[in-house]
Write a protein that binds this ligand. Structure first.
Ligand code: MN
Length: 292
């Protein structure tokens, strides 16, 4: 047993809107330092804390935009998000579902509140995480992994403590549902009242958690309230969490991709030259076509 300690606990930064439909708190990279390396391979975390959107005939969201060089992982806790992209695919991310999109060489897409959700209005509660790709995969073919909640591996904790949805990687021997390009563990942990569990990841893996619901105590000492983010040190392998009143927690841990990062807007590559090429390819229409 070697204890992994918390480096800092962050309260949600001032929210901003992505398009007109996603009100998010940016925890990575903006929350603690403007550096995509600290939590690499997790290079961006936008957290849409619960927010009520009134009924609207015009679905709110973000219009056509490109991505290249990484993956976007969208998790819907409440509400429904629809997407369309330049390969002709579309779908809906419903409550409890995860969409793992490998943008890789490039994709154009748009992300909106799903039509019916939009018409009825309601609370949206979601996460968008950007996962970096190793250089050798940055220009691979784009793809999707649409993980409906009933397709996600679920580990049942002892003593009715709750469940761990293993989105990617592994938890206590159970393999995750998503395939990844580098070693990543992404777990959605749902704890019942007065219960807890523990985690073991290699000390070198960059590790953090986001409390989506409820309040946690980490390693018996540090309190992490709802909508707060805890960044761990790389000083040990093991940590534990406990909740009095129940909690939902997104736990992420991944091996650092030890490569330079050059990022500009929706492009995350290794060099400035590759960013220039991305803009050039985008302007030449090489990311395909998608109508607004
Ligand atoms: Mn996008």
């Amino acid at each position: 047993m070697s204890l992994r300690n918390i480096e800092l606990v962050l309260s949600p930064p001032e929210p901003h809107f992505v398009g007109d439909g996603f009100r998010v708190h940016n925890f990575i990279p903006g929350g603690y330092r403007a550096d995509m390396q600290r939590m690499n391979p997790f290079i961006l975390l936008d957290y849409g804390a619960k927010f009520y959107f009134p009924p609207s005939d015009h679905p709110m969201g973000v219009g056509v935009h490109p991505h290249r060089g990484f993956e976007t992982v969208t998790i819907a806790y409440k509400g429904r998000v629809a997407h369309h992209d330049s390969t002709g695919q579309s779908g809906v991310i419903g409550e409890g579902d995860v969409q793992w999109m490998t943008a890789a060489s490039g994709i154009l897409h748009k992300e909106y509140h799903e039509k019916e959700f939009s018409r009825e209005g309601g609370e949206l509660h979601m996460v968008q995480l950007w996962v970096n790709l190793p250089a050798k995969y940055k220009m691979s073919v784009p793809k999707y992994q649409s993980l409906a909640n009933d397709q996600i591996s679920k580990f049942t904790l002892e003593a009715e403590a709750g469940i761990v949805e293993v989105i990617a990687g592994e938890y206590k021997g159970m393999k995750g549902s998503a395939n990844t390009f580098s070693p990543i563990h992404l777990l959605n942990v749902k704890l019942n009242k007065d219960s807890g569990t523990d985690f073991t990841f290699p000390a070198a893996f960059n590790t953090a958690l986001l409390v989506v619901e409820g309040e946690l105590t980490v390693n018996k000492t540090e309190v992490v309230p709802s909508d707060h983010f805890a960044l761990f040190q790389n000083d040990g392998e093991d940590f534990e969490i406990h909740t009095e009143n129940g909690a939902t927690v997104l736990v992420m841990s991944g091996e650092n991709i030890h490569e330079p990062i050059a990022a500009h807007g929706p492009f995350v590559m290794n060099t400035r030259q590759e960013i220039m090429e991305a803009f050039d390819d985008f302007q030449k229409g090489k990311f395909g076509v998608l109508k607004d």
